[in-house]
Ligand binder design. Structure first.
Ligand code: NAP
Length: 454
């Protein structure tokens, strides 16, 4: 089987890799296992120095790495550059803060009861294509800092990004075999999870992949962290600064070509400001430039895969057939690339795909709320619970939303973004566990209780 890299803006095949045999995968597992035995004995200062070196390489090579991501999965180039810089930041964050997060914690007086954070072993990271570098580095930095080995099974459409990460980490000075990019398809993942040389797994991806990984991990009682999809609400209440809410709404829906787990997807607007918001939002969406993601003038590039384009086209078509009103867009753009119009749907029936399912592309759903409670009820009317954004200047409304929205994060008067310092993750069908921050630093450690009466 070949694993291919295809430019989604042109349909041109960029590179093809032969998938690894089971023997090749087994050998990488053994090497990682052996390398981890040494690595867990290294000083935190040594691990930290390697992450700092990786950060420097990422910054120095950000243009080439960004270009690679843009040509491999279509994100606008400026966003790709920002992504590489963020990867450098997460490496530095764990290099600097890791020692404090991983230091022994004294719990009982006289030093005879404490927690020590020990590595688990070799961790498998199953990662998506939408942030080909960031998703990997936000897992890699804390996992390696804690003394684990890491094996990456990257999405099959971004093999060059996976190779580039391995190359950066090798040049940063990581011991041979401690981090490998496994060139395997998803059918191999369950077997790798069940392998005795693997201690735990972290998946970022879709609900379906999450179920499959959780079943495999559960069958051998291994820990898994699941960062899955979302259908994030973006609530706009009457006291909101409407100009700021609209411009952020457009960015929050179309950044990364609309393919972010924490993109705002459902815009729940109070009836007092609904018409004004809708008019400004639709006009803003219409003004966006769709095209070559390497050009500075492009706002929206292609969807990363043909399958994604087919799914989004079906979801919009079926929603319109079910009664949703199309305010703008609604079609794929003719030509060889996977381009889809910036689209806004209103009056979406509850049983339409656009109401219930995650829309992974530049398609927004407008919903009208008649009160704060109604807005929160609509926000929670989804199987997902990842991010949420609320626009209001009323402190009581802020508190009601922060307490009442079922999600892993609520941002007030801002769009949801990940930050190395803040825990990131979801509830409900968006998964479980947290990455980033102190929780991420310790996610793949054995929090061992040590009691000593000596
Ligand atoms: P995906 O199809 O689930 O793929 C993600 C990874 O899982 C890929 O490496 C894929 O391998 C693998 N995979 C797929 N099916 C699998 C299975 N049955 N068993 C084991 N592994 C499997 O997701 P995607 O299309 O790449 O990414 C988009 C999804 O990720 C969206 O739902 C998005 O919301 C979610 N996401 C979540 C977060 C978060 O932090 N919560 C962040 C980013 C994205 P192959 O490529 O070889 O199939």
């Amino acid at each position: 089987m070949a694993i291919t890299s295809i430019n989604p803006a042109t349909g041109v095949l960029l590179k093809s890799f032969e998938a690894w045999t089971d023997e090749e995968t087994g050998s990488a597992l053994s090497q990682a296992h052996a390398a981890q035995q040494q690595w867990k004995e290294t000083a935190l200062s040594e691990r930290s120095a390697i992450l700092h070196h990786a950060a420097r390489l990422l910054e120095e090579e950000r243009i080439a790495l960004a270009r690679l991501m843009t040509t491999e999965m279509g994100k606008p180039f400026a966003q790709a550059v920002a992504e590489v810089e963020k990867c450098a930041r997460v490496c530095r964050y764990y290099a600097d803060e890791g020692p404090a997060f991983l230091a022994d914690e004294r719990i009982l007086p006289n030093g005879n009861g404490s927690i020590r954070y020990l590595p688990l072993g070799t961790i498998l990271a199953v990662m998506p294509w939408n942030y080909p570098l960031w998703q990997v580095f936000r897992c890699l930095a804390p996992v390696l800092m804690a003394g684990n080995a890491l094996l990456l099974k990257h999405a099959s459409n971004v093999p060059q990004s996976g190779q580039a990460i391995e190359d950066v980490m090798r040049r940063a000075g990581l011991p041979e075999g401690l981090f490998r990019h496994l060139l395997v398809g998803s059918s191999k993942v369950s077997g790798i999870i069940r392998d005795d040389r693997v201690a735990a797994v972290s998946l970022t991806g879709s609900e379906g992949a999450g179920i499959s990984v959780a079943v495999a991990a559960g069958s051998v009682l291994k820990k898994c962290v699941l960062e899955l999809g979302g259908n994030d609400p973006f609530i706009v209440l009457p006291s909101a600064d409407l100009d700021a809410a609209v411009s952020t709404a457009i960015k929050a829906r179309t950044s990364n070509n609309g393919q972010s787990c924490v993109s705002a997807k459902r815009f729940i607007v109070h009836e007092a400001v609904y018409d004004a918001f809708a008019e400004m939002f639709v006009s803003g969406m219409k003004s966006l430039t769709i095209g070559d993601p390497l050009l500075d003038t492009t706002d929206i590039g292609p969807l990363a895969t043909k399958e994604g384009l087919v799914t989004l086209t079906r979801q919009v078509r079926e929603s319109v057939a079910a009664g949703a009103k199309l305010l703008t867009g609604g079609q794929r753009v003719d030509g060889p690339g996977n381009f889809f119009d910036a689209t806004v749907l209103a009056d979406v029936p509850e049983d339409a795909p656009a109401y219930r399912e995650e829309l992974f592309g530049p398609v927004a759903v407008l919903l009208k709320a008649n009160s704060l409670d109604h807005a929160i009820t609509l926000a929670n009317d989804t199987p997902f619970g990842l991010g949420s954004s609320v626009w209001t200047h009323d402190p009581q409304e802020m508190k009601a939303c922060a307490d009442g929205i079922e999600a892993g994060q609520t941002f007030i008067n801002a769009m949801v973004v990940s930050d190395p310092r803040l825990p990131f993750g979801g509830i409900k069908r968006s998964g479980y566990g947290r990455e980033l921050g102190a929780l991420g630093a310790r996610a793949f450690t054995n929090a061992k209780t040590i009691v000593s009466h000596d």
